[in-house]
Design a protein around this ligand. Structure first.
Ligand code: ADE
Length: 346
């Protein structure tokens, strides 16, 4: 085993994270679920979602036979909902093929699973020698082996994957893989704690005093802003929700109708089947996506329903029930934050 790998495995035994709910199992379903939830989301935030999800869907078969609405409802609040939709689609694919794929290469064929996640699942579930390379691991390897440039450029990516593959130990792949993840998450962070690092003595960036420069930061563009008005339409303690189209942001989730720039009244009458009785602007909120920032302006309207219009993608629903539905985080926030306004029914 390389010095790098053995130092990491030793460190993992003493300092790595242990006792997490997805450790100590070889069940590929449980491992897969954890790896998908842990993409872009921190361990502490994932744990309650993970446990709740498994209580409701204890097996791939249970997940495959659920409705997408129910899957998204349990995902609601974790963000990046494509992960939830892909998970559901992948569960169906696994059930259709008869068993969970047994190698990283086959796992990568499932919807929503990239090369690094497939490798992590194969390493933890089957002990396969497969290299992971998520954002944290890229930082560790770039620093340790002095791989310069922005990870994202093709040549840098290739150098990192090459290094990740060459470093793989013959044994203890599970401990090694977990060690790399834990080191990247807890020690080799943006401002690294080099005194706690098992490989700092040989770390190229550390020896050159350049941990702040390696890896090179992503070239940043200012994120564009988008602005929407959300209609919180209220009638007898119920609000109107619309199912958002997929693909698209929050596809498949239930949200408040978006108002056109003008003619909110006409829009409500013609498209939503209600007449506005009172209008009140509520405090706005912001939601960040990877590619833009969304400014949300909520407009609370008491409405009278006109009899026609009940369409399949729209639903009048009690406020309490709406909070527990598959809704994006800012919708839930409004349903909770402006609860008293919303309760003031007429
Ligand atoms: N991030 C991604 N996978 C992880 C895992 N298995 N443990 C902790 N953090 C992770």
């Amino acid at each position: 085993m390389s010095k790098f790998a053995s130092a990491l495995v030793e460190w993992q035994k003493q300092h790595g994270r242990r006792g997490l709910p997805w450790q100590g199992t070889r069940d590929p379903y449980r491992i897969w679920l954890s790896e998908v939830m842990l993409q872009q989301t921190q361990v502490a935030a994932v744990i309650p979602y993970y446990e709740r999800f498994l209580r409701r869907f204890p097996s791939i078969e249970a997940l495959a036979s659920a409705s997408e609405d129910e899957v998204l409802q349990l995902w609601s609040g974790l963000g990046y909902y494509a992960r939830g939709r892909n998970l559901h689609a992948a569960a169906k694919a696994v059930v259709a093929r008869g068993s969970f794929p047994g190698t990283a290469a086959e796992i990568e064929e499932l919807p929503g699973i990239g090369r690094s996640t497939a490798a992590a699942i194969a390493a933890f579930a089957f002990g396969e020698r497969a290299a992971i390379l998520d954002g944290n691991v890229k930082r560790v390897l770039a620093r340790c082996f002095g791989i310069e440039g922005w990870p994202g450029e093709k040549a840098v990516e290739e150098a990192l994957w090459g290094r990740a593959n060459r470093l793989l130990p013959q044994n203890e792949i599970e401990a090694y893989t977990q060690a790399l993840m834990d080191l990247g998450a807890s020690v080799c962070t943006r401002t690294p704690k080099c005194s706690a690092c098992p490989v700092s003595r040989n770390c190229s960036a550390r020896r050159q005093g350049r941990t702040a420069e390696i890896p090179a930061p992503r070239p940043r563009r200012a994120l564009p802003q988008k602005c929407v008005t959300w209609l919180l339409l209220l009638n007898r303690g119920q609000v109107l929700l619309e199912k958002r189209p997929a693909p698209g942001i929050w596809g498949g989730l239930w949200s408040f109708p978006e108002a056109p720039v003008n003619d909110v009244g006409d829009y409500c009458a013609a498209k939503l089947g209600c007449e506005i009785l009172t209008k009140k602007k509520l405090a706005g909120l912001e939601h960040g996506f990877t590619h833009f920032r969304l400014q949300i302006r909520p407009l609370l309207c008491h409405v009278a329903k006109t009899p026609q219009l009940e369409s399949p993608g729209r639903l009048w629903i009690g406020i309490g029930q709406a909070r527990d539905a598959a809704v994006p985080a800012p919708v839930r926030k409004l349903l909770c934050r402006d609860f008293l306004h919303l309760l003031a029914t007429r």
